[in-house]
Write a protein that binds this ligand. Structure first.
Ligand code: NAP
Length: 267
């Protein structure tokens, strides 16, 4: 456009775009689904979403007692939650899990793909089984669950999908070729899915934690924590706060982003 070109003002009758319009309010009776929410970061995310008023479906694979404890903690705080078992790495499970959430809690407005695992080994000695297990859990479940909930979110003109990536992904980490590949792919998948549905009131973002104190990092030497500019590992609640924000109405114009929660590690 040349500097002298004029812009015709929008006619008064033309609809205006409002980020806080009707389409950005959470649908009545809808809920959140968090995968792998019995323990660790997933548990903290479930608690944070419940605190924001979301009924929460707490998915778990094997930690039934921990999932029951997450539900009990949410109920004790006045919230609503159900625990639903399901191994999300199994390609048939995501559709069944979504069906179970619909029956027990209602339509899904927030999906947090948190379930994840590592099975470390140098690229030259990784087994095909460890490669596939990590890809199926961290990436396959994210793809299948996203695909399954997108239609209902588009119909509702509201949806929030938050995928848990990692600082390992965009960066190298010797011994974690499978994990890094899965998390880099989660970020790539997040961006593409986000642009595909951006017009529909559905946001898709990634949160990339650094070193967070959970069972997953129990065996990581404390010296690594000293490499973090914040000079300490993060707490699951610090990751959960970022997820809860991205899941809220306030984050209506944030999509296709990766939010690092890493005490400065990725810098
Ligand atoms: P964690 O303490 O080891 O917990 C892993 C969670 O994932 C558990 O609740 C586990 O459920 C669930 N899970 C694993 N495989 C599953 C499957 N097939 N189906 C359903 N649930 C499954 O790990 P975390 O540290 O909380 O990690 C949570 C997420 O953050 C993961 O995606 C991880 O890659 C990511 N992350 C963690 C860190 C960190 O420093 N901790 C850093 C970056 C990213 P069950 O116990 O029921 O099996």
């Amino acid at each position: 456009m040349s500097p002298s070109a004029s812009v015709t003002p929008a006619a008064a009758s033309e609809p205006r775009v409002s980020v806080l319009g009707e389409a950005q309010r959470r649908p009545e009776g809808s809920c959140a689904l968090v995968t792998g929410a019995g323990r660790g970061i997933g548990r903290a995310i479930a608690l944070a979403l419940a605190e924001d008023g979301w009924p929460v479906a707490v998915n778990y694979r094997s930690s039934g007692d921990a999932a029951a404890a997450t539900v009990a903690a949410i109920e004790a705080a006045g919230g609503r939650a159900v625990a639903i078992q399901g191994d999300v790495a199994d390609p048939s499970v995501p559709a069944q899990l979504v069906e179970a959430v619909h029956t027990q809690l209602g339509p899904i407005a927030v999906l947090v793909n948190n379930a994840g695992l590592r099975a470390d080994g140098l690229a030259l000695s990784l087994t095909d089984e460890d490669w596939q297990r990590v890809l199926d859990t961290n990436l396959g479940s994210t793809y299948r669950l996203t695909r399954t909930v997108l239609r209902e979110m588009i119909r509702a003109r509201f949806g929030r999908i938050v995928n848990i990536a990692s600082v390992v992904g965009p960066r190298a980490n010797a011994g974690q070729a499978n994990y890094a590949a899965s998390k880099a792919a989660v970020i790539a998948f997040t961006k593409t899915a986000a642009v595909e549905v951006a017009r529909r009131g559905v946001t898709v973002n990634a949160v990339a934690p650094g070193l967070i104190a959970t069972d997953m990092t129990e065996d990581i030497p404390t010296a690594l924590g000293e490499r973090v500019p914040a000079q300490r590992p993060g707490r699951p609640e610090e990751v959960a706060a970022a997820v809860a924000f991205l899941a809220s109405e306030r984050a209506s114009y944030i999509t296709a982003s990766t939010l690092y929660v890493d005490g400065g590690l990725s810098a």
